[in-house]
Design a binder for this molecule. Sequence first.
Ligand code: PEP
Ligand code: MN
Length: 332
Amino acid sequence: MITVLKPNTTEQQRDHLISWFKTQGIEVHLSVGSEYTVLGLVGDTNHLDVSLVESLSIVDSVKRVSEPYKQCSRKFHPDDSVIDIDGVKIGGGNFAIIAGPCSVESEEQLTTIAERVKESGANMLRGGAFKPRTSPYAFQGLRGDGIELLLKAKEKTGLPIVTELMDASHLPLFKDVDVIQVGARNMQNFELLKEVGKFGKPVLLKRGLANTLNELLMSAEYILAQGNPNVILCERGIRTFETATRNTLDISAVPMLHEMTHLPVIVDPSHASGIAKLVPPMSMAAAACGADGLMIEVHNDPINALCDGAQSLTPEQFDDLSKKIATIRTVF
Ligand code: PEP
Ligand code: MN
């Protein structure tokens, strides 16, 4: 349920009402927007006398939030959420470009790529240390050593780092990581979602291979319900009957999610298409339809990459794309 307050409500009146809701056993999420202040009520609101709350002079309206995702809902928080990642903002007009190799392979590989993507305008570095691979015989990642290399690259470039967590038992290794990625295959690993919610670091949550937007938001809700509001959603393509591309980029997910939620939405055109040539046009489409950022795989030697070389841009291609994205961003 949400309670919208009238624009001239004083802080004292507002806090008084919040305290009253708390005495009713209800948790209150305060969202001070540009026009209205919204109190998001979480808990058992069934016993609340709606007409009593509506009758208060400071209350504009009271509405039940019908969506099963409450805290993620745009109704709960009308303004875009802006997430600050060690000084890099995303959401609410702040566009982030996350780039890096699919897998961290060596110090030289990672540092070279990190420096190149930074020069071209990336503001976060991503590299996989724990890799979810379809085959158990494929390269599984450098694991803890990969995280160490990411931290070294951060020290050199200053870029915040993003890397994937697959198992909550690895969380101690992630204490200095800036953004924890939960990959498509784990989007509905609810125990993992609860753990990253409790851990408190910003989370990049990728849409599952065959999940609806409603399911994506329910998964994000697991993280928010643990008191962690810093969730970035990522559209990375879904499975359809089409086999020419690795997945089908659901571009309409971006504006649709912006209607449904206040959380930032980014696009991963690399996993969505699986083909390096398609990454620039898909990235431009994502930027043009209002995505809050992009996550792009870049490799200095794609042909010899240990993972996802076919969809990786070279640093030169990434540089060219970054310039085009900057031009598209000028329309906003
Ligand atoms: C990845 O980002 O490295 C990855 C494996 O992507 P996804 O979880 O979207 O398949
Ligand atoms: Mn990859």
